[in-house]
Design a protein around this ligand. Structure first.
Ligand code: AMP
Ligand code: MG
Length: 271
């Protein structure tokens, strides 16, 4: 233990991200085994305890944004990292291709509606970043439109932060080989076949364009109020270990406190 995951994995402010410089199989010296499992358990327990106080306090929210290419492990992260949390305080929103109603609004409309309420830890499985990722890679809107969105996203996230929403953004970084391996596992494993999609394989043709689009998002939208963390994700156990620690470390720093009882206990009449 002793690793400060937040510090190690946060993108430094003002730093221009080059993803080839980040090793997707890095583990910060950790190894799979008993010590790692104990570390994970400890972080998960701490998140559960802190979430209870967050829920009681009802003054602030935590927003966890998960981004990554297909098979990077967004669903797995939600299953493993959020497993110990009270589901009452943990809404998950998955952002898909916009519905006709969503597409008839500004790109942040559906996102703002899904921001967790005070007391909750909200998870975004994909997010407003798709509007500068898939949208950019496939030219779904002109460059003049998407290029303005980095700034718009920063202002949006600043508004949230100023209104008591703590934002944590995780980019799940996998290698092209690991992605192929995981997509092929879906073909081989009968329990995973339901996940196969031709589109996931087709998107691999755009690998470099996605890396470039991610580099811009990670560089341009990395603010002190809403930092990005690059999570080496080729090893699933390390991904879970790192993300759970960063959430626990962040919530620890929020100085959460149980509210005072709403009545004077001396005047409580126990009937
Ligand atoms: P999945 O995460 O596998 O359920 O797939 C959801 C799909 O929705 C992905 O291919 C995303 O790229 C796509 N998607 C999410 N948000 C948007 C958006 N704003 N515009 C276009 N496609 C999107
Ligand atoms: Mg998919």
């Amino acid at each position: 233990m002793g690793t400060n995951f937040s510090k190690e994995l946060a993108v430094k402010p003002g730093h221009g991200v080059k993803l080839t410089k980040y090793d997707p199989s890095d583990t910060l010296g950790w190894q799979k085994g008993r010590k790692m499992k104990a570390g994970l358990e400890k972080a998960l327990k701490r998140i559960d305890e802190l979430q209870y106080v967050l829920y009681a306090e009802r003054k602030r929210a935590v927003l966890v944004v998960l981004q990554g290419l297909d098979a990077a492990g967004k669903d797995g992260t939600i299953r493993h990292v959020m497993s110990g949390i009270n589901p009452q305080g943990c809404p998950v929103t998955s952002f898909k291709v916009p519905s006709p109603e969503e597409a008839a609004h500004d790109f942040l409309w559906r996102v703002h509606k899904a921001v967790p309420g005070f007391g909750d830890i909200g998870i975004f499985n994909r997010s407003h970043y798709e509007d500068v990722l898939v949208v950019r890679v496939h030219n779904l809107v002109p460059k003049e439109v998407w290029s303005q969105r980095y700034d718009q996203i920063n202002r949006f996230e600043q508004i949230l932060q100023q209104n008591n929403v703590k934002i944590l953004k995780f980019y799940l970084h996998i290698s092209k080989e690991e992605q192929k391996k995981r997509l092929l596992e879906r073909v081989d494993d009968p329990n995973k076949r339901w996940k196969i999609s031709q589109a996931d394989f087709n998107e691999r043709l755009f690998w470099n364009a996605y890396q470039k689009a991610y580099e811009d998002a990670l560089t341009k939208c990395n603010t002190p109020e809403a930092p990005w963390y690059i999570i080496p994700s080729d090893k699933k156990w390390f991904r879970d270990l790192a993300i759970s620690h960063i959430i626990a470390e962040t919530m620890e720093q929020m100085n959460l406190k149980f509210p005072e009882p709403s009545i004077d206990l001396k005047k409580l009449k126990v009937q």
